[in-house]
Write a protein that binds this ligand. Structure first.
Ligand code: SAM
Length: 293
């Protein structure tokens, strides 16, 4: 029986056979530990009916483990050099389809409609290229795809920020943006030794379970996120000063103060102490005064 792709010996053999040189600019750090791969797949709670979208199969280490548990896998890979490799390594799994595309440019909604059954249980599972972790995750969340969830290996520090609670130093606009769409949990931290080449930063597995309903109701989502971004622009400043400098202007101080009062928020507080519900109340109060600007 052929060894799993992720075993160090098989990975080395594949890389040597194709003379593959890692491209740092594409965030190529391949997993060489089957236990970690099993943990990632377990976290996704797949069934034999599940469909999976993967970002960046590399030489197929994670793709193979996912394919053993899912009905269908569609995997987006940007690096053309990997296509012949994947053709060979994933040959035993006819229910895997590789799409040669930059995930940031791909029409994922159309791919889902084309390649998966309507109403099929759908997960994203990936060991993400670290240089584009946040844009990829935000694209997956903002496009409101019909996903049950997302399980990804990312930088530990980003996993902390995404799953952070109010009042912590990691809590910020990324936490709020992700938690608006999903329930975020850090599943485990992962040592650099399970990758080739070893990344310089620690890694973690993050699970995002997509919410069926958003945790707050706001009139305008873009406006809500603009308020949040402005509130965290300078973390040392109070919420009032951040809003004066980044959301409106000095002349609008009275309207901002009225909005904060209406939302029951002390103007001296800092953005990092505000819950999602408080940001929603603030956003609604500001909306009535600033919607036209
Ligand atoms: N899944 C493999 C594993 O776990 O060993 C490889 C993971 S490696 C961290 C990231 C992969 O994403 C690489 O194969 C890289 O070429 C690919 N990649 C980088 N940027 C991408 C993008 N924008 N769209 C699709 N794939 C991308």
């Amino acid at each position: 029986m052929t060894k799993d792709i992720a075993t160090p010996a098989r990975t080395k053999e594949i890389l040597n056979k194709y003379g593959f040189q890692f491209k740092k600019s594409l965030g190529q750090n391949f997993l060489i530990d089957t236990n970690i791969l099993h943990n990632i797949v377990d976290a996704a709670k797949l069934t034999s009916e599940s469909g999976v979208i993967e970002v960046g199969p590399g030489i197929g280490a994670l793709t193979e483990q996912v394919a053993k548990r899912a009905k269908k896998v569609v995997s987006f890979e940007i690096d053309q050099r990997l296509l012949p490799v994947l053709k060979e390594t994933l040959q035993p799994y006819p229910h895997i389809e590789i799409v040669h595309s930059d995930i940031l440019k791909a029409d994922i909604q159309a791919t889902i409609a084309e390649k998966f059954e309507e109403g099929q249980d759908l997960m994203v599972v990936a060991n993400l290229p670290y240089y584009v972790t946040t844009p990829i995750l935000m694209k997956l969340l903002e496009e409101k795809l019909p996903l049950r969830g997302i399980v990804v290996m990312i930088q530990a520090e980003v996993a902390e920020r995404i799953s952070a609670k109010p009042g912590t130093k990691e809590y910020g606009s990324l936490s709020l943006a992700a938690q608006y769409y999903a329930v975020a949990e850090k599943v485990m931290t992962v040592p650099a030794s399970v990758f080739v080449p070893r990344p310089k930063v620690d890694s973690a597995v993050l699970r995002l379970t997509i919410r069926k309903e958003t945790p707050v109701n706001v009139t305008d989502e873009d406006f809500f996120f603009k308020v949040i971004q402005s509130s965290f622009a300078n973390r040392r400043k109070t919420i009032l000063n951040n809003l004066i400098h980044n959301f409106a202007s000095k002349e609008k101080k009275p309207e901002i103060e009225q909005s904060l009062a209406e939302a029951n928020i002390d103007p001296k507080r800092r953005g990092e102490t505000l819950s999602m519900e408080e940001f929603a109340a603030l956003s609604e109060a500001l909306w009535t005064r600033f919607q036209s600007s």
